[in-house]
Design a protein around this ligand. Structure first.
Ligand SMILES: NC(=O)c1ccc[n+]([C@@H]2O[C@H](COP(=O)([O-])OP(=O)(O)OC[C@H]3O[C@@H](n4cnc5c(N)ncnc54)[C@H](OP(=O)(O)O)[C@@H]3O)[C@@H](O)[C@H]2O)c1
Length: 273
């Protein structure tokens, strides 16, 4: 039996649809079964309620481990505690394999999600479980969910420059996750997942039919703190922008094709879908 966490999220909704279409037996863990409105078996569970996670893992053999990203906080990112507890609960429940969504660039001391995912990755890698780590580039969905940043009148905000990001559709991340969950295990491996092309902000804005607003680092910091974000969090976000502007997410890989046999979606195909 497979347990899918983060089932209502950008990746999770695609994964639920794909596993359903493939007639694979699975259960989706959701915090609020009614609000989730998923057309599959669901179990109620919350990472912050360890007993609910232990119950949901009964009889589970393979776990898709995903949750929300970094949140504004002065302390450690909650996802570290949440996912490490879930990994320990999986071991107790006799789970054999975990497929975890991480982030491209996860590293010790990394800012926000990069550092948090690295800590969770280490816990998983040194556990008795077999594992697969998905390290995606930026999601195309960010431009629909608001995680990509827009002004009130719809301009796409970014640090000035012609830097590129190989955005990936969550549809393709889900396709890779499904393959790793249902196929015989391929061994403990990390997969950097990207779309087929790396685009500039200007190119994306043109596809979306919006303007761009190019900011300097101090302007970006002022904008984030002006929105009420704590100064240390805003500083970490700007550090991440600087990494991206230096090209940290600009390469493309062949890992989606390697895992699924299909070419990942372009930005135009994402918009059309
Ligand atoms: N966005 C990017 O560009 C990007 C790039 C690389 C990696 N990532 C990583 O991708 C992950 C997010 O994936 P996504 O976009 O598919 O997710 P998402 O759309 O942000 O949705 C988050 C999911 O996690 C669930 N969740 C949140 N808190 C939970 C809790 N306490 N207990 C149980 N479930 C909980 C949510 O369930 P509810 O329905 O109950 O809220 C929802 O299904 C993050 O780890 C992020 O670091 C993101």
């Amino acid at each position: 039996m497979i347990l899918v966490t983060g089932a209502t999220g950008s990746i999770g909704r695609h994964l639920v649809r794909r596993l359903t279409n493939l007639n694979v037996e699975f259960t989706a863990l959701v915090r609020d079964p009614q609000a989730a409105s998923l057309d599959c078996d669901v179990v109620a569970g919350d990472y912050d309620d360890p007993a609910s996670i232990a119950r949901a893992l009964e009889g589970v053999d393979r776990l898709f481990l995903n949750g929300g990203g970094a949140i504004p906080t002065d302390g450690p990112q909650p996802m570290v505690r949440q996912q490490i507890n879930a990994i320990d609960a999986a071991i107790d429940a006799g789970v054999s394999t975990v497929v975890k969504v991480s982030v491209w660039g996860a590293k010790p001391g990394g800012k926000l999600a990069e550092g948090a995912h690295w800590e969770i990755e280490q816990h998983l890698k040194t556990s008795s479980l077999s594992w697969s780590l998905l390290q995606p580039s930026g999601f195309m969905q960010n431009f629909r969910t608001g995680a990509g940043t827009f002004t009130d009148d719809g301009a796409l905000i970014g640090l000035a420059g012609d830097w590129r990001v190989s955005y990936i559709d969550a549809f393709d991340i889900a396709a890779c996750a499904a393959e790793l969950l249902i196929s015989p295990h391929r061994g403990n491996e990390t997969y950097v997942l990207t779309g087929p092309e790396a685009l500039t902000q200007a190119e994306i804005a043109k596809k979306l039919g919006v303007n761009t607003l190019d900011l300097t680092e101090p302007e970006m910091t002022a904008r984030l703190t002006g929105l009420g974000l704590p100064a240390p969090f805003a500083a970490d976000v700007v550090d991440l922008w600087r990494e991206v502007a230096a090209g940290s997410l600009s390469a493309t890989t062949d890992r989606v094709q390697h895992l699924t046999g299909g070419r990942p979606r372009t930005f135009d195909e994402f918009l059309a879908a």
